[in-house]
Design a protein around this ligand. Structure first.
Ligand SMILES: Nc1nc2c(ncn2[C@@H]2O[C@H](COP(=O)(O)OP(=O)(O)OP(=O)(O)O)[C@@H](O)[C@H]2O)c(=O)[nH]1
Ligand SMILES: [Mg+2]
Length: 304
């Protein structure tokens, strides 16, 4: 397999410390100094080897002499995707395999955030709402947030989070049966609207029907939030089920909390455009576009 590493990328996963890891021969090595020396000795003409002499001096993944293929396996990326990524740099493989882009946030076209319970939907929505409210584009009002999660306290929580940023939250608990008056008004047609959906189990038809009906009555686009660490098969099932009710976009969450992001990439490979990654628990921090280069670097570097 020819999976070369772009020399502009960091090649090593960041360590938490120099610690003992099993070596291939059953002995243990110190993943700091010893691993660097051992890896340096192993470097050959094989471009797929993760070199030890590059900018990041430390090694964190469980073994020191990893190829890019090894790293992708570590992320639990399905074999078919690893094969499809081969033939160039990791970033170019990602660019070829997946679609990357921004979320099309526009007046008159709400965006709804879907996903499993606790996946980070509300946090991602809140981060985007704050960014939009701070953009200060002439004539552009702050976005409007529609809270559709009927879990007790969830509406109040969103209001508390977004009030300081001048983002109005309206109660959408009766959607899809009753559309809040403000969403019917002509003035709202010029506003950007973000819709906070409840967490769903994709096998629960009642829950899936409700979110499907909400996005239909609001004429909303649908985005799926997939947390780092999610099993790729599970992520693929969620992405596919959400695609069937119209999802076109995916956001990664908790990228600084879990190491493996094979689930996120697998979800994107199910036909969703990779958009943002959330990598902080703070509402004003850690929300960036996941470009092929950013995704490649994240695959090769553990969060520190
Ligand atoms: N560290 C970190 N925490 C996050 C991130 N995104 C979400 N969280 C946390 O994960 C937890 C769940 O996030 P929510 O946004 O409430 O998840 P949700 O999908 O809306 O959950 P439900 O509405 O209950 O289905 C919260 O404690 C968030 O603060 C992230 O990128 N980094
Ligand atoms: Mg929520």
């Amino acid at each position: 397999m020819d999976l070369t590493v772009d020399s502009s990328q960091s090649h090593h996963c960041q360590p938490t410390s120099d610690r003992e890891h099993p070596a291939g021969d059953g002995t243990t090595v110190n993943a700091g100094t010893d691993a660097r020396i051992a890896a340096a000795e192993k470097v050959s003409g094989d471009q797929s080897v993760v070199h030890s002499t590059d900018t990041h001096p430390e090694v964190a993944l469980p073994v020191h002499n990893l190829t890019v293929e090894d790293i992708l396996k570590w992320h639990s990326l399905p074999r078919e995707l690893i094969t499809a990524l081969s033939g160039g740099t990791l970033a170019s493989g990602l660019e070829r395999l997946l679609t990357f882009g921004d979320l099309p946030v526009a007046p008159g076209k709400p965006i709804a955030f879907s996903g499993a319970s606790g996946s980070g939907k509300t946090m991602a929505l809140a981060k985007l709402a704050v960014r939009l409210s701070q953009q200060n584009v002439a004539g552009q009002r702050p976005p409007l947030v529609v809270a559709c999660d009927t879990t007790p306290g969830s509406f109040a929580k969103l209001v508390t989070i977004l009030d300081p940023y001048n983002v109005q939250v309206i109660d959408g608990k009766d959607l899809p049966n009753e559309i809040p008056e403000i969403l019917k008004s002509k003035r709202t047609a010029s506003r950007r609207v973000l819709v906070d959906l409840p967490g769903v189990c994709i096998y629960n038809q009642t829950a899936m029907s409700r979110i499907s009906d909400i996005i239909r009555v609001l004429n909303s686009s649908l985005c799926v939030v997939i947390p780092a660490g999610m099993d790729p098969e599970e992520a693929a099932d969620i992405a596919s089920a959400m695609s069937m009710i119209g999802a076109k976009y995916v956001i990664g969450s908790r990228l600084e909390q879990s190491g493996r992001i094979g689930g996120l990439l697998t979800a994107a490979a199910c036909g969703l455009t990779m958009t943002y990654g959330s990598h902080s628990e703070h509402i004003t921090k850690g929300f960036s576009l996941l470009t092929p280069n950013v995704a490649a670097k994240r695959l090769l570097n553990l969060p520190s």
